[in-house]
Design a protein around this ligand. Structure first.
Ligand SMILES: [Zn+2]
Length: 376
């Protein structure tokens, strides 16, 4: 069956699984100790570790099919030796360049910048924002000045800036109650455009964190650990998407890269509408592999339609094994496999089998175009 026929025959409505996540930096990820009980009445959901029974093709992809620009990573290595190890891993799996989202400003940024500046062809260092003056009348002048200073010190972009509903955060620096569409931060996004710095912006969190923590919650285990349902005064996911759209439309000259499919991996059609309305918006696919792999046909259709707006990202450390799992999900047509340790979930995954053209765009082409636009 050719690809088109294959997609046509897909029963999209029947694929409502969805799930897992590792929204979080690899260093924060906890290994889940498995209870090895064999009594079905006492095995807990969090300990469930099924093994696939199917004799189906298994694809081992050592190296990505095309060179990669990784748009979402963090300064995981603490030593020079670890940075060398990261470079070796990047070479092994075909990652040409990695964006190191430091989320820091000031001296902390300068320190990280110094470590990576030796490898200008392999790493870009992006700065965070300094929100320390957010409740003073001078805000955001100080933040804008510090942004310009970081730019002069080598920052090529801004990120990762979070707003999970309580207000802006850049690493440890917070601006409670100030969301990205707030006029008080207009000058920051305008400065970003002037300096040709793209902004990596994380809004909201996976949908199941906002839903009741009960037996119907599709992502119960991760959701429970990072729950938001018990926090009454936060802007919820739909509200955060509206904020993202208002921000992108207020600042058309600024390029925004929404992290993790803008957390609309559960409603890709909605993300498509957001893309249609906002030409200055991209999304990275980092840390949402386990959420999109359960819906391979619909996800692949989405990749095909928006192949010029999605950029590759990881956000999960720098093991070769981690990179290879992402290749298997994007490139192969493997079925019903588990990556419980990587994603902390036990739902089966399916390869998306993306075409060469789409892979080339997502792995490298879109990011290269976005980054090159800075010098024009
Ligand atoms: Zn991240």
């Amino acid at each position: 069956m050719n690809r088109r026929a294959f997609l046509k025959s897909a029963n999209l409505a029947g694929l409502a699984i969805a799930l897992p996540s590792s929204t979080f930096a690899a260093e924060e990820k906890k290994a889940i100790p498995a209870n090895t009980s064999s009594n079905p009445n006492t095995i807990l959901l969090k300990d469930y570790r099924p093994r696939s029974i199917y004799k189906v093709p298994v694809t081992h992809i050592e190296k990505a099919k095309f060179p990669i620009i990784d748009m979402h990573s963090h300064p995981y290595p603490k030593t020079e030796a670890e940075i060398s190890n990261w470079l070796k891993n990047m070479d092994e799996v075909n990652v040409e360049k990695t964006m190191v989202l430091t989320m820091t400003a000031g001296k902390e940024f300068d320190g990280i910048c110094a470590k990576y500046s030796r490898y200008p062809d392999r790493f870009e260092v992006w700065c965070g924002l300094d929100f320390s003056g957010h409740n003073t009348p001078g805000f955001p002048d100080g933040a804008v000045q510090e942004l310009a200073r970081c730019h002069d010190a080598g920052a090529k972009g801004i990120g990762e800036i979070h707003d999970k509903g309580k207000g802006l955060r850049s690493g440890k620096s917070t601006a409670p109650g100030i969301h990205p569409d707030d006029p008080r931060v207009d000058a920051i996004w305008e400065k970003a455009a002037e300096l040709h710095m793209p902004v990596s912006l994380h809004v909201a969190d996976p949908i199941w964190m906002y839903q009741p923590m009960d037996r119907h919650n599709d992502g119960l285990m991760n959701a429970y650990e990072w729950r938001l349902d018990n926090q009454p005064n936060i802007v919820k996911l739909p509200g955060m998407i509206e904020i993202l759209e208002r921000t992108a439309s207020r600042h058309r000259k600024t390029t925004f890269v929404a992290c993790h499919f803008a957390n609309l991996d559960y409603d890709l059609a909605h993300l498509g509408e957001v893309f249609d309305r906002n030409p200055n918006l991209y999304a990275d696919i980092s840390a949402r592999y386990a959420e999109t792999a359960p819906i391979p046909r619909f996800a692949a259709q989405f990749y095909a339609k928006y192949s010029d707006r999605l950029v590759y990202g990881t956000d999960m450390g720098f093991d070769t094994k981690m990179y290879r799992i992402t290749f298997r999900i994007l490139e192969s047509q493997d079925e019903h496999f588990y990556e419980t340790e990587q994603f902390g979930y036990h739902w089966p995954l399916y390869g998306l089998g993306l075409s060469d053209e789409i892979l080339e765009h997502v792995y490298r082409g879109n990011a290269a175009r976005l980054l090159a636009a800075r010098s024009s």
